[in-house]
Ligand binder design. Structure first.
Ligand SMILES: [Zn+2]
Length: 401
């Protein structure tokens, strides 16, 4: 006979669940926690006092209750005290944020990146340097409990090695290990695919918050994706799942950075749009260049409108395939796909009508990202907080040691 969970297992689980409520939902009264968690008042009291003693939350009297009798204490995250480092490595941009418990961005640095070769040494040096600058500004009673990075590429789940990242020109890069060493915090750096993490961010704090089945499509130079099914990210066997950008929509079409032809990314990504709009020769690239095409189309530029319409057709075809396979409740367009979708919604919808099956599309909602260009960074922060929420007291004891 297998033994059931011990008292200690149950306590650890409940501490994590309570902290998750406070981290994701913000300040909440003990009374609300009692009803949300289905635990009795004395258990909630014991759990909050453990988390308070550890310095993860604090309890306060509510400002006003409007009700007679003894008010229920409000539990707040110690956002200024407990934080993680979140990193974002994109083809054009490096970003680092110090994010407090509760998801508060306390400090942030960003720098542009050129699209040259992937230099691990230089890149980890820049990111660790930003983190050091931010750490120097913190109060002595603050504690860093984790670090994680969002990377534009396929990341091996087991060890955070970036296996492939055609838009970063990265291959087999032990990124997490090197950044962890450079940071020198004695903390491992978790690494995830940027689009996967942005999907998690939209699920935790964005437009997909109450949605259990959605597909997030992320446009940067390429197209990434994150599939949330039954409330969980579909990572696949090794963590490379969700690469919707390399779904072939046009066999024999444009060459893709992955080596194939006619991938969604090749037909819809930055290069496809800028080439169709005749803007490559002038050397324009990046998010601003894509946004400029959408703005020109908006103002009546015929060439920009045709380019956007062509890209919208391919995007709609890709979305139709995904909708047929996954039957999501929502499809979310993020990164530069936010603007591309808004500029080509008619094409996307008409392709859906042509190619998606009626039962799958009847109740489908198409939305744009609520977190915008911060989605990947917010997702990295959530990844960094994940182990704190799994075992709050243990992680904090280790961080304070
Ligand atoms: Zn491809």
């Amino acid at each position: 006979m297998r033994a059931g969970p011990s008292q200690e297992d149950i306590r650890r689980h409940n501490l994590g669940a309570l902290l998750r409520h406070v981290h994701l939902g913000g300040p909440i009264s003990r009374a609300e926690l009692t009803s949300k968690m289905g635990l009795n008042r004395s258990t909630i009291m014991a759990l909050t006092s453990d988390l308070t003693a550890a310095g993860l939350v604090r309890e306060e009297l509510p400002r006003e209750t409007g009700r007679a009798g003894r008010p229920s204490l409000v539990v707040r995250p110690e956002s200024a005290r407990v934080y993680v480092f979140a990193f974002d490595v994109g083809p054009d941009r490096l970003a680092v944020a110090r994010v407090g418990l509760g998801g508060v961005i306390l400090d942030r640095r960003e720098s542009e990146r050129d699209r040259g070769a992937f230099d691990l040494d230089e890149l980890a040096g820049v990111l660790a340097g930003f983190a050091r600058q931010m750490r120097r500004k913190t109060r002595p009673d603050t504690v860093c409990v984790g670090a994680a990075a969002a990377v534009s590429g396929g990341v091996r789940k087991a060890d955070g090695v970036v296996r492939f990242g055609p838009n970063l020109k990265a291959e087999e890069v032990p990124f997490g290990e090197e950044l962890g060493r450079r940071l020198g915090l004695g903390l491992p750096v978790s690494v995830g695919n940027d689009a996967n993490l942005a999907a998690l961010a939209e699920h935790s704090r964005g437009v997909g918050m109450a949605v259990r089945d959605f597909i997030y499509l992320h446009g940067d130079v390429g197209i990434g994706g994150g599939i949330i099914a039954g409330g969980h990210l579909l990572g696949g066997h090794d963590g490379y799942g969700g690469e919707v950008g390399h779904m072939v929509v046009n066999p024999g079409g444009r060459a893709c950075g992955c080596g194939s032809h006619g991938c969604l990314e090749a037909e819809v990504g930055e290069r496809a749009l800028l080439e169709s709009a005749g803007r490559v020769s002038s050397g324009q690239q990046g998010r601003d260049a894509v946004r400029a095409v959408v703005e020109s189309a908006d103002r009546g530029d015929i060439v920009a409108q045709e380019a956007l319409s062509r890209v919208g057709d391919w995007l709609g075809l890709g979305v139709a395939n995904l909708v047929n396979i996954f039957n999501p409740e929502m499809v979310i367009f993020g990164g530069i796909l936010r603007e591309i979708y808004l500029g080509s919604a008619a094409q996307v919808r008409s392709q859906l009508t042509l190619h998606a099956m009626a039962p799958q599309r009847e109740r489908l909602r198409l939305r744009t990202s609520a977190l915008g260009d911060s989605a990947t960074l917010v997702g990295a922060a959530e990844l960094a907080f994940a182990h704190v929420l799994a075992d709050p007291l243990e992680v904090l004891a280790r961080a304070n040691a």
